[in-house]
Design a protein around this ligand. Structure first.
Ligand SMILES: *Cc1c(COP(=O)(O)O)cnc(C)c1O
Length: 225
């Protein structure tokens, strides 16, 4: 893919996000996180050059490598994948802008210990398993509010900013919509507790997610494939 092709893809994506957000409200602002797990350094640089600032990776090791190879660029890195407890220190060292995939109280408590030891904080989103799929990480929707508040209370080095979900993995749009609506309802209840980020929507469902209130979309294949 050359620069012109990438420009075209980015322009199209921005246009589609723009349409979807205006459908919700003129005042609704949506941030695009470019998920770079399918691409290489050259294309990350190219996209950065076209104006993209937020990038995401779903593996701690890839995140570390990326951050090292493009450390001359002021990129905002997001961690969006499953975090194993034995990788917590690596993630802390990578120091992402936002950790979007905090998926249990247990993980939060383990991270709290390590963050405390490193004398540092991390901004995180609580991941919701909004369609209750066995294959997906995240807390159950009915427990989400309680767990969120518990983490806020017992993990002072974790700065919770909101919620993240992956839409239901099905064809039926109504079911996908339901998973986004479930997450947005939780987000609304958490707003009085400081939540301001609702991260939902990927290449195949971001317009629907924005319609349901998402203000952060994570887009990979649509840009890089
Ligand atoms: C890979 C990934 C994405 C991007 O998915 P695409 O369908 O390629 O846009 C978004 N969120 C998470 C958690 C991912 O792992």
């Amino acid at each position: 893919m050359d620069r012109a092709q990438m420009q075209e893809k980015l322009d199209q994506l921005i246009w589609r996000v723009e349409q979807a957000r205006i459908k919700r409200s003129e005042h609704h602002i949506v941030k695009i996180v470019a998920v770079s797990k399918y691409t290489d350094e050259a294309h990350i640089r190219m996209l950065y050059d076209l104006g993209q600032r937020a990038f995401g990776e779903n593996k701690v090791q890839s995140l570390q490598e990326r951050i090292e190879t493009v450390d001359d660029l002021p990129i905002e890195w997001h961690f969006i994948g499953r975090l194993q407890k034995n990788k917590i220190n690596h993630l802390i060292r990578a120091n992402p802008f936002l950790m979007q995939s905090l998926d249990s109280l247990e993980l939060a408590e383990a991270m709290q210990k390590r963050l405390e030891a490193h004398e540092t904080n991390m901004e995180c989103l609580l991941q919701i398993n909004s369609a209750k799929e066995d294959t997906k990480a995240g807390v159950m929707p009915e427990e989400a509010e309680e767990i969120y508040l518990k983490i806020k209370e017992s993990c002072p080095n974790i700065e919770l900013r909101g919620v993240m979900t992956i839409g239901a993995h099905v064809e039926d749009q109504a079911v996908i919509r339901k998973s986004f609506e479930t997450t947005y309802t939780i987000f609304e209840k958490l707003k009085p507790h400081g939540a301001d980020i609702c991260s939902m929507g990927m290449s195949n469902d971001f317009e629907l997610a924005i319609e349901c209130g998402s203000n952060m979309v994570r887009i990979g294949s649509l840009i890089f494939k």
